[in-house]
Design a protein around this ligand. Structure first.
Ligand code: ASP
Ligand code: CP
Length: 327
């Protein structure tokens, strides 16, 4: 990689180390991260952001291959991992629709990952079943990155969410984060709440009764001393929120579609809502949105959800470089 002269004196924690934090490791759950890991990952992500801004694409992972294995639909996660690998000079085997792969002939998940690791150095997996990434990791010798396992976790999303909070608000300790919508089936809020428990935060959970945050997760965070409050009504906590993390009601997880219909429009963020929010705060959403945030909110400077997607690119570049021993 040739850096422009004005960047040569910068300290970028990138190089041909083939060791280092997370080298060769799976990324399965946010439970594997401590606070200093997050500092490290975000330092590398910052470096990636600088490199992308100045030189676009560079050869840190030249010759490396990523297999993108998606059993569920995705726009952001699949394309940002693909873009991350290509910006680092590597290449990608895209299996974005498993129905065109031998999965449709009945091939098991362990056999599928054993196949892909013959051709790739790292596998990114999204799967509808909770625990699928851990099962894949048991079968594979190469690193598995969990890109969402059912209603379980979405750890790389939580990392990019936390990176977004830091970038938008400059800190995490001391913040009040309100999670809104489908807290039962939403894997992003499960991962984010757990990751935030490493910080001194207050968590508000606002949802319809049938979509409450799982009780075992609340208990787990309680034992860590996290202040958590459950509400049905956003107005009771909106004015104190530094982050409003909005989620989509996860239609695909409902067995009974009438139940989905009864809650799908429960909360909608509009410019009126924003009038009652802090002047310095961030509205986030993992996306896709299907009506929870009115497009009229997009021009509000507090609407961080499009920037959040971009931050995801840098965080995923950092993770790929780390698990492949180059950061
Ligand atoms: N894209 C996120 C996920 O896959 C959130 C969502 O789909 O609502 O979990
Ligand atoms: N945030 C997220 O995971 O988006 P996709 O489902 O489009 O990948």
């Amino acid at each position: 990689m040739t850096l422009p002269t004005h960047l040569q004196s910068m300290h970028l924690p990138l190089g041909d180390q083939r060791t280092g934090r997370f080298y060769g490791q799976d990324i399965l759950s946010v439970a594997q991260f401590a606070r200093d890991d997050l500092e490290y990952i975000f330092g590398v992500a910052e470096a990636m952001r600088t490199m992308v801004a100045h030189i676009g694409t560079f050869d840190l992972l030249k010759g490396k291959i990523l297999a993108n294995l998606f059993y569920e639909p995705s726009t952001r996660t699949s394309s940002s991992f693909l873009a991350a690998m290509e910006r680092l000079g590597g290449s990608v085997i895209p299996i974005n629709e498993v129905k065109y792969s031998s999965v449709s002939k009945g091939e098991s998940l362990p056999d599928t990952v054993r196949t892909l690791e013959c051709y790739a150095d790292v596998i990114v997996l999204r799967h509808p079943e909770t625990g699928a990434a851990a099962i894949a990791a048991q079968a594979a010798r190469k690193p598995i990155i969990n890109a969402g396992d059912g209603i379980g976790e979405h750890p790389t999303q939580a990392l990019l969410d936390l990176f977004t909070i830091r970038q938008e608000l400059g800190r995490v300790d001391g913040l009040t984060v309100t999670m809104l919508g489908d807290l039962k089936y939403g894997r992003t809020v499960h991962s984010l709440a757990k990751l935030l428990s490493l910080f001194n935060v207050t968590l508000n959970y606002v949802s319809p009764e049938i979509l409450r945050m799982p009780a075992d997760l609340i208990k787990q965070l309680e034992t860590k001393g996290v202040l958590q409050r459950e509400q049905r009504d956003l107005d009771s906590v909106l004015a104190e929120s530094d982050v409003l993390y909005v989620t989509r009601v996860q239609k695909e997880r409902f067995e009974n579609l009438d139940e989905y219909e009864s809650v799908k429009g429960a909360y909608v963020i509009t410019p009126e809502t924003m009038k009652r929010a802090k002047t310095k705060m961030a509205v986030m959403h993992p996306l896709p949105r299907v009506g929870e945030i009115s497009p009229d909110v997009d021009s509000d400077s507090r609407a961080a959800y499009f920037r959040q997607m971009e931050y995801g690119l840098y965080v995923r570049m950092a993770l790929l470089a780390m698990v492949l021993g180059k950061a």
